[in-house]
Every structure is written in C-alpha cells, then in structure tokens.
Design a protein around this ligand. Structure first.
Ligand code: SF4
Ligand code: SF4
Length: 124
C-alpha cells in the first residue's frame, strides 16, 4: 500500500479498505480481512456471501471504533511500512507498534533528512 494512500486515510485502521471494500477468501470457503490476517474467518456457506460479508465488515467497523493505539497517532506513520496486518502478525492486535518497522522508519526519516541537507548545501 503506497504511503500516500495511507496518509490520505490516516484516521482509519484499515486504510487499505480491508473489510470496507475488499476481502480475501480461503480455500475452505471462508471470508477474511486480507491474505495476511488469518483470523477472524467467516464461513460463506450455508448463509451466503452477503451474510459473511456483513459479519466481516461489522468486525472491521468495531475495530475502527475502538482504535486509538500506537500506530494511528505515531509521528513516524508516513515513513513506516506499517499496516494492520503487520501488527496482527506481530502480536495479534491490529494497531500495535512493530519494533522492527519502527527501526526502519527511523532510518528512513534520518536518511531523508540527510538528503534534504545535502540538496540545500548544493543550492547554496
Ligand atoms: S509500527 Fe511503530 S513506528 Fe510504525 S507507525 Fe506504528 S507506532 Fe509508529
Ligand atoms: S496487507 Fe495490510 S494493507 Fe494489505 S490488505 Fe492486508 S491489512 Fe490491508
């Protein structure tokens, strides 16, 4: 997911649209938020895809309502490759900080600042 897209939907946990306009289907016929998130899964049969989708999007909305942890208020969010799936893989939450990503984001920020300084020097 491009960073620009992330900043555009900064207020949302699933800025990518998982559970709002997209989902994944497992080989067992279950609907889930995305390929990387294994739980929850909602069986498509016997209720049908509409029922499964309602349950999935309801779950996604409840997360949106109860959001407010680490990543959504982080000053590094523009440099960070975070997404809810990365938090889920890290500690089964959807909003926690992933230390490895934080280190990478800090490096990216520092390198961008260095480049800016270099450009400024060339101009002077
Ligand atoms: S993973 Fe850590 S560094 Fe990255 S946005 Fe979340 S809180 Fe910030
Ligand atoms: S991997 Fe992340 S950005 Fe991609 S669909 Fe899953 S939650 Fe959204």
């Amino acid at each position: 997911m491009p960073i620009a897209k992330k900043s555009k939907n900064k207020g949302r946990v699933f800025f990518c649209g998982a559970g709002a306009c997209q989902a994944a289907i497992t080989p067992r016929g279950e609907l889930k938020l995305c390929l990387m998130i294994e739980s929850p899964r909602f069986k498509i049969l016997p209720g049908g895809i509409k029922t499964a989708w309602k349950r999935l999007s309801g779950f996604s909305r409840r997360i949106e309502l109860s959001r407010g942890r680490d990543c959504l208020s982080c000053r590094l969010i523009e440099e960070c490759k975070w997404c809810p799936a990365r938090s889920w893989l890290y500690d089964r939450s959807f909003t926690s900080c992933v230390p490895e990503l934080k280190i990478q984001a800090l490096r990216r920020k520092a390198s961008a600042a260095k480049k800016r300084k270099k450009k400024q020097k060339i101009k002077e």
